[in-house]
Ligand binder design. Structure first.
Ligand code: NAD
Ligand code: MG
Length: 405
């Protein structure tokens, strides 16, 4: 446990959007939280700056040569910080004995091993990295239970659902008169764009989200609503819900962050301005409440809340996700891996926007679905799906008339 009454916190993915918001909340409560470790992929300068402010025991980067550069930068501003590198370094700081809480905010499958290390060490895990849950499914929840870890959802929707569920309902147990989860999503920047122009969407347009400021990958996922699809899967596992017990609702204002419907007709909603510091502060402080720095909600300014049914023609990735969850087994592993490859190819200008869903659908039809028995099988499926998706992208690029050569 951390010194005195201060909680020791590791922030995995400290330089990202969630990581920076987490440090913003922590900086408001120096009496409550102490940063033990910060990790990053390549943003060495920002990581060094963060170390200069929070003086963690450890800073971890992916590559050894970045670690060397970081050590140079820290020699004056935070000489007490030990610099580590690689997955081993990230796993170590996720499981150190001086750590009480781990913010899992690395993007994509790269977050799996460090997040799992935190779970296995029985830490309190603040889960933003939804991809690790989607790719491993029940294995993740089994491990949480077996290791006595405590899982608190950071995704704003899941955090909202957690807040609206009965207080004595355990995560992973859908009961207590709970009938349905109403999973809200803004519909992204192309909710009203003519569908026949969607194929010309550029990466710049796709990463400009109307309500939330986020990393590039999740911004594209929000535009395609793959993000809602991944969240649908995440919600099934986290709350022990079946696909029939979750309904996706488009709510363009992003003021309600999700709802829970009960058997007596009650629907509980959690509301607030769209700012991730609210769910982050909720999870850091839980079961207490701590200040987040988020501006209070002004309902007169909001004035109107709207709700729509999602159109699967506009959002094929959402349909693919729900189908993959219904199919079960490793289908969601394939979905997640092929999406990561397709989004990267889209951001690099290799495929068009609507081809993201095509590549995922093709990969899903080509990689055999198996029962998820252990992590090795998940990793093998993840890697096979990446190879298949990459080959599909290459095939598309070599087609005569491809716009994206
Ligand atoms: P981001 O791209 O802004 O940040 C990602 C972080 O992960 C960075 O610190 C980066 O250095 C690190 N990283 C990237 N690749 C890595 C690798 N290969 N190995 C180790 N570290 C690596 O992303 P974000 O928007 O902060 O999202 C982080 C996670 O939180 C994602 O899983 C996302 O789905 C989830 N999430 C984000 C938001 C949001 O508002 N940004 C909301 C809900 C959930
Ligand atoms: Mg979300």
């Amino acid at each position: 446990m951390g010194d005195g009454c201060q909680q020791g916190v590791t922030v995995l993915g400290a330089t990202g959007s969630i990581g920076r918001s987490t440090l913003d909340v922590i900086s408001r409560h120096p009496d409550k939280y102490r940063v033990v470790a910060l990790t990053a992929h390549k943003q060495i300068n920002l990581l060094a700056e963060q170390c200069g402010e929070f003086h963690p025991e450890f800073a971890v980067v992916t590559e050894a040569d970045s670690a060397e550069k970081l050590s140079g930068l820290l020699s004056e501003i935070s000489p007490e910080t030990e610099v580590l590198s690689g997955i081993e370094g990230m796993e170590r700081v996720a499981s150190e004995s001086s750590v009480d809480q781990v913010m899992a905010a690395i993007v994509g499958a790269a977050g799996l091993h460090p997040t799992m290390a935190a779970v296995r060490a029985g830490k309190r895990v603040l889960l933003a990295n939804k991809e690790s849950m989607v790719m491993t499914g029940h294995l993740f929840m089994d491990e949480v239970e077996a290791c006595g870890a405590q899982l608190l959802p950071i995704d704003s929707e899941h955090n909202a659902i957690f807040q609206c569920l009965p207080q004595d309902a355990a995560l992973g147990k859908f009961s207590h008169g709970v009938e349905k989860i109403l999973l809200t999503g803004s519909g992204g920047p192309f909710r009203n764009r003519a569908t026949d122009t969607l194929s010309t969407v550029t990466p710049e347009e796709a990463i400009a989200h109307p309500n939330w400021s986020m990393g590039k990958k999740i911004s594209v996922d929000s535009a395609t609503m793959m993000n809602k699809g991944l969240e649908f899967i995440e919600a099934c596992w986290l709350f022990g819900a079946t696909p029939d017990q979750i309904q996706v609702v488009i709510h363009p204002e992003s003021i309600i962050h999700s709802m829970v419907q009960y058997s007596d007709g009650s629907v509980l909603a959690q509301m607030g301005n769209p700012d991730m510091r609210t769910p982050i502060a909720h999870a850091l402080g839980w079961p207490q409440r701590v200040g987040s720095g988020v501006e209070h909600l002004d309902l007169f300014e909001v004035a109107e809340l709207n709700f729509e049914k999602p159109d699967f023609g506009r959002y094929p990735c959402l349909r693919l996700s729900i189908d993959a969850m219904r199919r079960g087994g490793s289908a969601t592993t394939v979905l997640n891996a092929s999406n990561e490859i397709a989004v990267e190819a889209f951001l690099n200008g290799q495929i068009g926007y609507m081809e993201i869903a095509d590549v995922i659908e093709e990969t899903l039809s080509m990689v055999a679905v198996e029962e998820v028995t252990d992590l090795d099988l998940v990793l093998a499926k993840d890697s096979e799906s990446r190879t298949v998706a990459t080959a599909q992208i290459d095939k598309r690029r070599s087609l005569p008339g491809s716009r994206m050569q």
